[in-house]
Every structure is written in structure tokens, then in C-alpha cells.
Write a protein that binds this ligand. Structure first.
Ligand SMILES: C[S@@+](CC[C@H](N)C(=O)[O-])C[C@H]1O[C@@H](n2cnc3c(N)ncnc32)[C@H](O)[C@@H]1O
Length: 258
């Protein structure tokens, strides 16, 4: 390992310890909440984004690449997209987007994931950030992986957010569920359930960085009579590589039937 990467690992570890230390001084929460206390015994890496005041823990096999979602996080941070609203995040990973939404004033967030380590990870980060009383993290099962499988039929949200897996391929291991969505089943079931879980005129905000996925999303929206919009991004899909970063922010809006 080179000196610079050693230094960078050391700095990140230090930031993590500092986060726990300052929480222990300033938070009404049980100060030194440890991953073991919530049932996680693997390695922890410390990562940060500008949206959040403290580093987040990343557990083994849990996805981390904030380059997927800069536009979505900016919209959450700088507009009323989620303020005062009830949010559903599908596929939460470390809890990054749900935490950003709560930090930006969402009243409550339900966050789901199929990776059991991600469920623990998001709960841990929610506690670390003092957001746990407004964050509910739920485990999706491999047997029933549809987007709303663990959302009750009558549950409604003001906004649904997701940085779903982008590539139409079969995952072979739990970490690959972060990357692959075979036959775009998660995307299709997410779209199918929007009228049941959003109010008329409600919207979903989705991050994708894959041309095939975005074109599929656009055509699946058209089939269902939803409005599809690329948010503040003038990149040409036909000139982008098949997979690209940063991810593109797509807004899906339901018809307003009122
Ligand atoms: C690209 S990662 C995004 C994680 C996080 N939202 C972020 O932006 O850092 C996609 C996440 O979706 C989860 N996932 C994949 N299939 C899922 C499903 N059927 N239901 C819920 N979560 C799923 C993965 O485990 C992974 O954590």
C-alpha cells in the first residue's frame, strides 16, 4: 500500500472515531453505539459526503459510491423535494439517501434493502446521525424481492426515492444485488406500485447511470401513462457510454386525477 493511501485510510478511520467521540459528547443517544450492539461483527469503513455532518459507516458487502447520486442529493439538500414529507427509499445501502432526506427535513423515512448487512448498516448510521426515531429500515427477502413486498398495501408516501441497481443481469452474490436488476424486475415493480403508494400527481426520483436502464424506464413509464423527465442534465443518452457516472436523475410523475 502506498503512503498516500495509508494516510487516507488512517484519516478516514480517525474521522470515524471522531464521529463516535463527538456523538458521545453531544448526543442524547446511547453514546458509543457500536456495530456489534446492533448485531454486526464485520469490518467497518468510514465514508463521507458533503450532505451529512458526520461520516457514515459502510459495512462489508454494502454498496458505496456517492457518484451515483449527486443530482438527487443536491435536489434533496437545496429544494423542498422532501421537506415536511414522508419518504420511501427503495434499496438504501448504507442509508445514505434516507439520511439525506431526513437531514433535509423529511418527517419520516421508510428504507428497504435486500442485503441484511445493508439493513443493519442503515439502522446503525441512522442511530449515529440521531435520525433513528424517524427512520424505519425494513428487510426485503430473496423469496419476494418486489419493490413493495414489505410495504403494506395502504401505506402512502409523498415521495419515493431510489438509486436502484442499474444493469439487466442476474446477481450471483448479495453484494451484486447493488448492481444488477435481472429483467429490470425491481424497476418494473417499482413503477407498477406507484399509483398505490403515491398520491395522484406524486413523484418518484430515481438515479440511473446506465443507458439501457434509462431507455427502459422511459418506455415503461410511457406504457403506464406516467410522465418521465430528466432533471437538470443535458447529457445526450445516445452519446454516453452504456454505463456512466455521475448518475442521471430521473423524475417519474403520476397523472393528477383530482
Ligand atoms: C446502487 S445501490 C444504492 C444504495 C444507496 N441507496 C446509495 O445510493 O448508496 C442499490 C441498493 O439496492 C438494494 N437492492 C437490490 N435489490 C433490491 C430489492 N429487490 N429490494 C430492496 N433493495 C434492493 C441493494 O442491496 C443495494 O443496497
Amino acid at each position: 500500500m502506498q503512503t498516500t493511501s495509508l494516510l487516507s485510510s488512517f484519516t478516514k478511520a480517525l474521522a470515524g472515531f471522531a464521529a463516535l467521540f463527538f456523538l458521545s459528547l453531544s448526543s442524547p443517544l446511547p453514546a458509543a453505539i457500536t456495530p456489534a450492539q446492533i448485531g454486526y461483527h464485520g469490518e467497518v469503513r468510514w465514508v463521507s459526503v458533503e450532505d451529512l455532518p458526520l461520516p457514515l459507516a459502510q459495512f462489508t458487502t454494502v454498496f458505496w459510491d456517492p457518484r451515483d447520486t449527486p443530482s438527487l442529493r443536491k435536489l434533496i439538500r437545496l429544494t423542498d423535494a422532501v421537506r415536511g414529507k414522508r419518504v420511501l427509499e427503495i434499496g438504501t445501502g448504507t442509508g445514505l439517501l434516507a439520511a439525506c432526506a431526513l437531514q433535509a427535513g423529511a418527517t419520516h423515512a421508510v428504507a428497504t434493502d435486500i442485503n441484511p448487512s445493508a439493513v443493519l448498516n442503515a439502522r446503525f448510521n441512522g442511530t449515529l446521525l440521531g435520525l433513528a426515531n424517524r427512520l424505519e429500515v425494513r428487510q426485503v427477502t430473496l423469496a419476494q424481492p418486489d419493490a413493495y413486498a414489505i410495504i403494506r398495501p395502504e401505506e402512502r408516501f409523498d415521495v419515493i426515492i431510489s438509486n436502484p441497481p442499474w444493469v439487466n443481469r442476474l446477481p450471483q452474490s448479495i453484494d451484486e444485488f447493488a448492481l444488477y436488476d435481472a429483467s429490470f424486475r425491481l424497476m418494473r415493480t417499482l413503477l407498477d406500485g406507484l399509483p398505490q403508494h403515491l398520491p395522484p400527481g406524486g413523484r418518484a426520483l430515481l438515479a440511473y447511470g446506465c443507458v439501457d436502464a434509462i431507455k427502459t424506464l422511459r418506455s415503461e413509464c410511457a406504457k403506464r401513462g406516467y410522465t418521465f423527465r430528466v432533471v437538470d442534465d443535458d447529457r445526450d443518452l445516445d452519446k454516453l457510454p452504456e454505463e456512466f457516472l455521475p448518475g442521471m436523475l430521473l423524475e417519474v410523475t403520476l397523472p393528477d386525477r383530482r
